[in-house]
Design a protein around this ligand. Structure first.
Ligand code: FES
Length: 152
């Protein structure tokens, strides 16, 4: 059966989510590989959320927030970048290297969001399925646990 990448995108509602929404409204063509989990700010994304996304069977995880200097909570995106870099090191040690990336997408930049999704999809196609993948779909209960973590 053909491999269809599954990507979880943990995104800031102010910037990237708006861009993704705009890309959808404008019917821009991009792979249907991404499921979005929305945050008030990427500064609220914890390491445990990233690990939960992989536990859900994601082949890759994208973190995407406001551009440098544009975070509505001043430095949330900088904190997120530090956490992502730390998580990248941990993931590399357990055989999940290359499967986590951080992006910055302004609210008006739908094409950049589309490009980011394409980039991650191509990367996952080259890497193949995550060793933690469970079947063709993301595990719904684990995704729900992640969404509950975001709201708490
Ligand atoms: Fe968008 Fe902080 S408000 S990253």
């Amino acid at each position: 059966m053909e491999f269809q990448p599954k990507i979880l995108a943990l995104v800031c509602t102010y910037c990237t989510y708006t861009a993704a929404d705009m890309a959808g409204s404008a019917r821009m063509q991009y792979p249907a590989t991404v499921r979005i989990v929305k945050y008030l700010c990427t500064g609220r994304i914890d390491l445990i959320h990233i690990l939960k996304a992989f536990e859900a069977g994601a082949d890759a995880v994208m973190v995407s927030g406001c551009e440098a200097g544009s975070c509505h909570f001043l430095e949330g995106n900088l904190r997120a970048r530090e956490r992502v870099e730390y998580a990248q090191k941990l993931l590399a040690e357990v055989g999940l290297g290359g499967r986590l990336e951080m992006f910055e997408v302004a609210a008006s930049d739908a094409p950049k969001w589309v490009a980011a999704v394409k980039e991650m999809t191509q990367r996952v196609e080259a890497l193949g399925p995550s060793p933690l993948r469970r079947g063709r779909h993301l595990h719904p209960e684990v995704v729900e646990q992640l969404e509950n973590m975001v709201q708490s």
